[in-house]
Design a binder for this molecule. Structure first.
Ligand code: DHB
Ligand code: MG
Length: 220
């Protein structure tokens, strides 16, 4: 058997064991990341929208991370129905603002209604358009950028985020395992790996083993 450097995998440590189950995930989600009316409304995407929002624990983690660093100016790429936007906006201190970008106008309409229903209309600016077009119109610096949009553009989004996040601010990316395709020889795989490597170079970073991986970087 080939020797592997222990830090490269969990082969030599029980820390890599997965002990979760449906019942355990249900229990911890109920205990720590329960939904109030506004979150429940945004989580329940309409039938004609893809149910690809972050899970309740990732949403709560976004809220906690934003609150821990006192994030006042936040950017989100990929609004969908506004579920993660509500988590992020709830962490804002007075005077803070979340800019969230959604490509699909019909999704943006649903998101705006959910954000308004959550009472967050005045602290969230929803931009309808492509991240590549909208991001260059936003003036930083920002405290936190959360990327959860089209995966082929993660290298563009990551480059923008690193340029516009302040020192000590956070760059976060969902779907960092790329649905299991992260190390594939594909354009999306290359874009997502470029994102990982950009964040690793510019930040103190980790890829948290959520179901599809969540990159978190603290800008150096
Ligand atoms: C998809 C996108 C996401 O951001 C996600 O978290 C899950 C799935 C998708 O495009 O299929
Ligand atoms: Mg996602």
């Amino acid at each position: 058997m080939t020797w592997q450097y222990p830090a490269m995998a969990d082969n030599d440590s029980r820390s890599g064991m997965r002990y979760d189950s449906d019942a355990i995930r249900d229990y911890v989600t109920r205990t720590h990341a329960g939904h109030d009316t506004a979150l429940a409304q945004a989580f329940a995407v309409p039938a004609d929208m893809p149910a690809i929002q972050v899970g309740p624990s990732e949403g709560k983690l976004l809220f906690l991370l934003a609150r821990m660093i006192g994030a006042k100016q936040i950017v989100e790429v990929g609004t969908l129905a506004g579920y993660s936007a509500i988590h992020l906006a709830r962490a804002l201190p007075p005077g803070g603002m979340l800019h969230t970008i959604e490509f699909e106008p019909s999704h943006a309409k649903v998101a705006q209604a959910n954000i308004d229903a959550a009472g967050l209309g005045s602290v969230v600016t929803l931009h309808v358009g492509a991240g590549r077009d909208v991001l260059p119109t936003l003036a930083g610096p920002f405290d936190l950028v959360f990327i959860d949009a089209d995966k082929i553009n993660y290298d563009f989004y990551g480059t923008w985020a690193i340029e516009h996040v302040r020192r000590g601010g956070l760059v976060i990316g969902d779907n960092a395992y790329l649905f299991g395709e992260l190390v594939d020889d594909s354009d999306r795989g290359r874009a997502m790996r470029a994102f990982h490597e950009l964040v690793a170079a510019a930040c103190d970073s980790v890829c948290v083993p959520t179901p599809d991986g969540l990159v978190i970087g603290v800008k150096k």
